[in-house]
Design a protein around this ligand. Sequence first.
Ligand code: UD1
Length: 419
Amino acid sequence: MYKLVIQGGKPLKGTVKVAGSKNASLPILFASILADTPLTLNNTPQLSDISTTLRLLMSMGAEFILESDSSLFVDSSTLTNLVADYDLVKTMRASILALGPMLTKYGKAKVSLPGGCAIGTRPVNLHLQALEELGATIEVKNGYIYAETKGLLGANIHFDQISVTATENVIMAATLAKGTTTINNAAQEPEVSDLCHCLNKMGAKITGINTSIIIIKGVEKLEGVQYSVCPDRIESATYLVAAAITRGSITVKNTNPQVMRAVLGKLIEIGADIKTDKSSITLDMKGKRPKAVNIKTSTYPNFPTDMQAQFTALNTIAEGHSTITENIFENRFMHIPELTRMGAELTLEGNTVVCKGVKSLTGAHLMATDLRASASLVLAGLAATGTTTIERVYHLDRGYETIEEKLKLLGASIERVQD
Ligand code: UD1
């Protein structure tokens, strides 16, 4: 097992290039099941969630070629095993995205129930109800979802709650359904839009992209295309916070500031000087201590839950008091006890963390628990005095491409060492 060892206290400086979006790549990889010909995906990140998805697709009969570090050729046009097995699904909840494409293309699918995870119970009822409304017969037994249909039919779907992957599953299922599907209260996250753009390039007829009402006219078939995945807004934002927490100055390249307004607004509030152009963001703290900011997570375009832990780390050393309210996942506070061990003053009251900024954190031995919580511990380690050791780095590898290499290029003292 690997761990990260960080010597904190160095302001980050320089330029970092972010990878393609994890949360856009995953649904698009599953969308390859819908196509009758292979798909070439550019700007994909090198992450363990991507290799898990490829292993899952391969276990179903797909083939792939890694054409370069960020380019993938995927042929999922003929699946021979319509099963997403527990062993892979348990490591990545996004595997539920295999359900809609398999069901609509082959008329049946067996997908393991993902189960809970460190950030909450994470049910899949919205996925299943919506697919039933499209005409699927669904049975859940022995930990698996068994879905069948003689052919999905377009329907008017209303989600009671906004869900990113449920919206994506239904969009993919509806592309090959007969007739028109309207999704009301759809997720508007940029990764949903990226999936829609790719599907339209493949021959789908999707309108209402970037809105809460998405309309899909079913088509007979989809073809593989070449598509470039959008930049990862969460990776971009994490590096910006890394610069802010160390009072540094960095430029993030290969990004899209347009889809990061809520986060950039909060960075301006903490006192950062922010400059953007079409595909880059520069943050300069001018050596100042950040000011505390209140955070409330919500659905896009509001502040993302995937940045809550990182902003909590930032608030721990900021000037003043703040509250951080988590409205999406009930249990997304695994980083709180670890940050407290570094000297942070945090109190959990229901789904709100009350934070009193301290002048500095001290390095400690920490345990990573989930992807974004782990990122917050790295950020805290970069700001702390002394040495921070973070165990269970595999959580970070799910969502951050070569994080220690990128941070080192920005001047951080960080090493990956084997136990
Ligand atoms: C996606 C992202 C994840 C992000 C989250 C919220 C991917 C691969 N993952 O996860 O990084 O943190 O959106 O932006 O894109 N819910 C139900 N029933 C369901 C589905 C969801 O009750 O059937 C609830 C969840 O428990 C949660 C809320 O809806 O409270 C939103 O979750 P959802 O948007 O579905 O998250 P994911 O799509 O799993």
